[in-house]
Design a protein. Structure first.
Length: 478
């Protein structure tokens, strides 16, 4: 079961000062559990867009930490740029990624809004799916008048004071599906053409659905700047073709387009499918097949381990400890082989390397096998209690679940012996690594034995697992 994960894409009204952008960066990554995926800063728009993912509470904490920095460092009375803005932290959207609902993101937005209003003294407007008023669903409606237009009037925010912060303005916080910020540059400096095209394609003017668009001059070129609110309704490829057709009618062409922040890969794949006329292009992606074959990343696996599901659990963790121990033994052996100072140990170090690599592969396989064995036990327990076969099926599954950690313990015990040996004969500069390998191997043995015991204890007939317990005790004493 995947761990809850939220995407957060805060936009800050600073795209020119590296020190401020760096301070915001440090505030975000300083929150445990946060993975910063992308930062894009634009001097013309004078705006920076950060994209990160994290468990829900960590995402809210990171957003608040960044807002606090932006409030202290960004002065909108001295700010200018092409992009509309009303706040130092202009907008903070939360997007559900895995094991999180939109309603949970709405609750997260409201919680952050209340905190920012109280602790930072910033008026906060809830927008998109978090909006509590229909006229605040769309961000341009919330931001109308921008910072300068808001300064002289009373506001009715969802949280915080009824006047803009004197330097940090106001902030919109919300929850929404994936949004793609997408810009198309025309080969003309005539911004009136970009504005006219933007008017024709945006939803509010009767254009394409789920598209917000404006026209700007950026770096001497007319730019159609857009937010694509739902790429499954109107994908970027459709928008691009529409803009290109409208531009050609006006005697200009498209110079280039750009994505600000990140985009779900399905949008790019669909665009390629449309251009190449290959409907099933996604099924032929080499990298996707490699990712599927390799399984989850280490960070992903650790997130799963920390999640609320019992799989993976302690047995898999014990197997991973053994895998790491074998990897360290292999490393010390490699640091020994070929070194003149250890000429007498070359032969044995080479043998240790080969065995450590074999054990590493076997223990890594057992990481996954332990999880599968536990799943078999879970399925067995789902058999109705009045089924006469239930007791036998459960015991058989428990035996299987005990045998896997027994295999872990056997291999980890062998790794422990190799770790002790390579510590004695191997490269003295890597003695600590060999000792850590020994500690990890010992942990793998102890963890595996605990898993054997708990599975045997759950059997209807504990004598079934007696041999496994005796073997476990022998390995623990080795």
């Amino acid at each position: 079961m995947a761990s809850p994960l939220v995407e957060c894409v805060p936009n800050f009204s600073e795209g020119r000062d590296p020190a401020t952008i760096g301070a915001i960066h440090a505030a975000i990554v300083g929150v445990p559990g946060v993975k910063l995926l992308d930062v894009q800063s634009d001097a013309a728009h004078n705006r920076s867009v950060f994209t990160f993912v994290a468990p829900p509470q960590a995402a809210a904490d990171a957003a608040f930490a960044a807002m606090r920095v932006a409030t202290a460092r960004i002065d909108l009375t001295k700010h200018s740029g092409e992009h509309p803005r009303m706040g130092a932290t202009d907008v903070v959207p939360f997007v559900p990624v895995t094991a999180v609902t939109m309603d949970e993101c709405v609750a997260l937005a409201r919680k952050l809004g209340e905190r920012a209003g109280k602790e930072l003294g910033i008026p906060v407007f809830l927008y998109a799916r978090a909006a509590q008023r229909s006229e605040r669903v769309l961000l341009p409606d919330v931001r109308k008048g921008e910072f300068e237009g808001m300064r002289g009037r009373m506001l009715e925010p969802d949280f915080g004071p009824d006047r803009v912060h004197p330097t940090a303005g106001a902030t919109a916080i919300g929850a929404r599906p994936f949004l793609v910020a997408y810009n198309v540059y025309l080969d003309t400096p005539d911004v009136s053409i970009a504005k006219d095209i933007a008017k024709q394609i945006r939803t509010s003017s009767g254009g394409l659905p789920a598209v917000q668009a404006s026209g700007f001059e950026v770096q001497g070129l007319a730019q159609v700047s857009m937010n694509l609110l739902d790429i499954d309704i109107t994908p970027p490829a459709t928008v691009f073709q529409a803009i290109k057709a409208l531009a050609v009618k006006r005697g200009v062409d498209v110079m280039k387009s750009e994505i600000v922040g990140l985009i779900p890969e399905r949008a790019v794949i669909r665009a390629a499918s449309a251009v190449l006329q290959v409907p099933d292009a996604a099924e032929h992606l080499l990298e996707a097949k490699i990712r599927a074959a390799e399984g989850p990343s280490l960070d992903g696996w650790i997130d799963e381990l920390a999640g609320g599901s019992p799989v993976p659990g302690g047995g898999s963790a014990a197997a991973l400890a053994g895998t790491l121990a074998a990897a360290l033994v292999a490393m010390v052996a490699r640091l020994t082989i070929g070194r003149k100072a250890y000429a007498d140990a070359q032969g044995r170090a080479t043998e240790i390397l080969a065995e450590a690599e074999r054990l590493r592969g076997e223990l890594r396989r057992l990481v996954d096998e332990d999880a599968l064995a536990y799943m078999a036990v879970s399925q067995a327990y789902k058999i109705p209690k009045d089924d006469p076969t239930r007791a036998r099926v459960v015991d058989d599954a428990l035996v299987g679940a005990a045998r896997t950690p027994a295999e872990v313990a056997k291999r980890a015990a062998r790794v422990l012996i190799l770790a002790k040996e390579i510590e004695q004969i191997g490269n003295k500069n890597a003695v600590s690594d060999a000792r850590v390998a020994g500690l990890l191997a010992r942990t793998a043995i102890e963890g595996a034995v605990e898993n054997i015991k708990v599975n045997v204890a759950a059997m209807g007939d504990p004598t079934t697992g007696r041999d496994l317990l005796e073997e476990a005790d022998r390995l623990r004493g080795s």
